[in-house]
Design a protein around this ligand. Structure first.
Ligand code: SAH
Length: 348
């Protein structure tokens, strides 16, 4: 594949937003700055120069699952577990609202302690303010997703992690790929804005599999795509594996932007953790969302899905100041809208 051929592919995708699998593979392998810049151009055309900010609340790190890569897995006896109370969660949402956040993301391990009724109460209390709620609390039944939606939840994040069924089932004991898909379909049919995504760099994952993931994002009509780089956590079965390739993840972000020009793509914490200024690089390669963890350090240091997470020692003021300083020179600014996909959709 020559540079000229890459250029042709990029010209064509800018016009029709489709790529076939072999083109995605080529771009994943050798797409250089031309690819990243093309993604940034498309992002600007569809979403302007705004960055959508989300307040992230990781409210519990208890988890009943045993995913091979994640430090929160039930079998990690070294994890220091915590669980916020209903009041703590609601007051953090209040803090987010008062600081101008228009979206709050409630994320946790799969903690069976909270009942659906309790989640609904929390959502109803938070929704007394005009703020969008994104849930990221794992696999539930159709009926449960429905109750949460009726209580006021707007969006849901559930990464497919990998679309390769064998790899998925290898790293997620006692979970099924079909059920993961069922969850995503249920969420879509209930009218949530649905976010999914993959982990880049899992041992055994090939470029072809990542290309399949990207085609899947387009096929299910995702509203948000979060791509993380795998970072080994020592107290997990994949603790001795090597970390994912940052540049490959960046190319995956860019390709996702090319074929899904108006969706929301976060510059993930994993990207910043594995490479200094990785978040900025993602924002210049198609990403348009930043999530800031607004909890106290006590909690942030314990939500160890992987070690040495970026931002855990900074308070909210410091994080906001750093973000503002870093995006100013590239001509981006923080949006004061809710930043939902449905609004920007009108432009397509
Ligand atoms: N329990 C929720 C949220 C889990 S944490 C759910 O199941 O959706 C959010 C994300 O962290 C996961 O989707 C996973 O992609 C990512 N993650 C977990 N362990 C990781 C690791 N070692 N490196 C990078 N990302 C990881």
């Amino acid at each position: 594949m020559t540079k000229k051929m890459i250029k042709n592919i990029l010209q064509q995708v800018e016009a029709n937003h489709t790529l076939d699998k072999s083109e995605i593979i080529s771009l994943l392998r050798i797409g250089g700055n031309e690819l990243l810049n093309a993604a940034n151009d498309i992002r600007k055309t569809y979403l302007g120069n705004e960055i959508y900010l989300r307040a992230l609340v990781e409210f519990s790190n208890y988890c009943c699952r045993t995913c091979y890569y994640c430090g929160l897995r039930a079998e990690n006896k070294n994890a220091q577990r915590y669980r916020m109370t209903e009041d703590e969660i609601v007051s953090l949402a209040e803090k987010a609202y008062n600081r101008g956040f228009k979206t709050i993301v409630l994320q946790s391990g799969e903690d069976l302690h909270y009942s659906i009724d309790e989640y609904c109460r929390i959502i109803e209390k938070i929704k007394k303010n005009d703020i969008a709620i994104t849930l990221s609390i794992g696999e539930k039944s159709f009926g449960e997703y429905k109750q949460l939606k009726s209580a006021g939840a707007d969006r849901y994040l559930l990464r497919i992690e990998t679309t390769n069924k064998d790899l998925y089932e290898k790293y997620h004991p006692n979970m099924s790929y079909e059920n993961r898909l069922r969850c995503l379909e249920d969420l879509k049919s209930l009218g949530y804005e649905v976010g999914t995504g993959s982990l880049i760099g899992l041992e055994g994952q090939t470029i072809e599999m990542i290309a399949d993931d990207i085609m899947f994002f387009k096929r299910i009509n995702a509203d948000m795509i979060g791509l993380g780089v795998f970072i080994p956590h020592p107290q997990t079965p994949l603790g001795q594996s090597s970390a994912g390739d940052f540049d490959l993840a960046l190319r995956a972000v860019a390709i996702t932007r090319l074929i899904l020009p108006d969706i929301n793509i976060p510059a993930t914490t994993a990207m910043e953790t594995i490479r200094k200024n990785g978040r900025l690089a993602a924002l210049l390669s198609g990403a348009n969302v930043v999530m800031l963890n607004i909890a106290d350090e006590f909690y942030k240091t314990k939500y160890n899905i992987y070690p040495d997470k970026s931002g855990i020692n900074q308070n909210l003021d410091e994080m906001l100041a750093e973000l503002e300083t870093s995006i100013k020179p590239i001509g981006y600014k923080i949006s004061d809208s809710k930043g939902s996909h449905l609004v920007s959709n009108k432009k397509t």
